[in-house]
Design a protein around this ligand. Structure first.
Ligand SMILES: [Zn+2]
Length: 283
């Protein structure tokens, strides 16, 4: 009896080791940060990681969209569609938490879109463009209070400038579990990068610099002004796992490089939920 138990435990152990190691060996494309399989997780969950046939663009377009919010200014003084007050931002995070939403990060979204990895029941991605100081001083602490983490897209020309995040603050966000993405060097739209030097200046160099600051890869991009075309999306696919647009139409060949987001203006908490529903769940 006892030897049978030993044999069973041994088999289970081998199975666990096999399941843990195999995806890594077969999967050069996924960086180590996105492969999270501890020994005590159930085997069922590992199977979704185990089958690594990536979805086709058509399959990706068929999948339920995950709502992605896009904030810019979080300030009392700023006005307009690109701004919310700190109190409104807090009310937004509270209504999301109270409604059962859980924040997801771009790597989780990527694994869901490409490999059908499971997400929380009510996922939402919360993102920020333009590297404003208040993203660090106001938004991140409020999000952390509700157990949320976000994606911050940096235009790197603003490093250490007044009203913009310092390189230290960007690094600290990454250390707290937020994702740092790129939003170009100086906010020139991706449709205007024609020469090799434009790509170097707006994508290659700032990506390398940002990676140097954090000591980890930068795999995500947000288009300046949300503007893209097929050519830019295709080219960006060489550098990024996902690129984010606004609530315009996705590219049928490059859905990973045209993930939709909605700009969040000053809305009531219920207004936010309605707007999310209209933008992401009504097609
Ligand atoms: Zn921007």
């Amino acid at each position: 009896m006892r030897s049978k138990l030993y044999l069973l435990s041994f088999l289970f152990l081998m199975l666990t080791i096999y399941n843990c190691n195999n995806p890594v060996e077969n999967n050069d494309k996924t960086d180590s940060a996105t492969v999270n399989h501890s020994v005590d997780k159930p085997l069922v969950e590992k199977q979704s990681i185990h089958h690594q046939t990536p979805n086709t663009p058509a399959e990706i377009l068929q999948k339920a969209e995950v709502p992605v919010l896009c904030y810019h200014r979080i300030s009392e003084s700023a006005k307009g569609d690109y701004s919310v007050s700190p109190a409104t931002f807090e009310a937004h995070m509270k209504v999301l938490a109270d409604s059962g939403f859980r924040s997801v990060l771009p790597n989780q979204l990527y694994d869901y879109l490409v490999f059908n990895n499971p997400l929380p029941e009510k996922p939402v991605m919360i993102s920020f463009d333009d590297s404003r100081t208040e993203h660090f001083t106001v938004a991140a602490p409020i999000m952390e209070k509700y157990g949320f983490r976000g994606a911050f897209f940096i235009m790197t020309i603003t490093y250490n400038k007044k009203n913009y995040m310092s390189t230290e603050q960007i690094k600290e966000l990454a250390e707290k579990g937020h994702t740092i993405g790129l939003h170009s060097w100086d906010h020139t739209m991706a449709t205007k990068y024609k020469e090799e030097t434009d790509w170097q200046q707006q994508v290659v160099n700032p990506k390398a610099k940002l990676e140097g600051i954090m000591g980890k890869p930068v795999d995500y991009w947000a288009y300046p002004n949300g503007v893209y075309d097929h050519q830019a999306a295709t080219e960006l696919g060489r550098y990024f796992k996902l690129s984010f647009i606004l609530s315009n139409k996705r590219d049928s060949i490059q859905p990973l490089q045209t993930v939709r987001r909605m700009i969040v203006p000053e809305l009531t908490p219920q207004g936010l939920l309605k707007s999310m529903k209209r933008t992401f769940f009504s097609e």
